[in-house]
Design a protein around this ligand. Structure first.
Ligand SMILES: [Zn+2]
Length: 91
């Protein structure tokens, strides 16, 4: 059995979707992506579930057919914050 925070998977999935559709995001390096995820996840309630190995992915696929507006809102704020003050030198 495995313990998962569904919210973390949802945030990662939604962020990847936003990054491929929104060209206004200045930096998409791994550090900024993880910073965005951390900021967003800190403002969202975790959703822990226990699943058998492998069962998680069908659950996520069903869930993500409809984007969670709380997640989208939290990510929009997090993207703004991290893009305006990335924790690395700007290139
Ligand atoms: Zn960056």
């Amino acid at each position: 059995m495995e313990l998962h925070n569904l919210m973390e998977h949802e945030v990662r999935y939604t962020l990847n979707h936003i990054l491929t559709t929104d060209n206004d995001i200045k930096c998409q390096c791994d550090q900024c992506k993880l910073d965005i995820m951390a900021v967003a996840l800190n403002s969202l309630s975790p959703k822990y579930i226990v699943t058998e190995k492998g069962l998680l992915y069908s659950r996520i696929a069903i869930m993500n057919q409809q984007f969670n507006t709380d997640v989208v809102t939290a990510l929009a704020k997090a993207i703004n914050m991290v893009n305006n003050s990335p924790r690395h030198e700007q290139e």
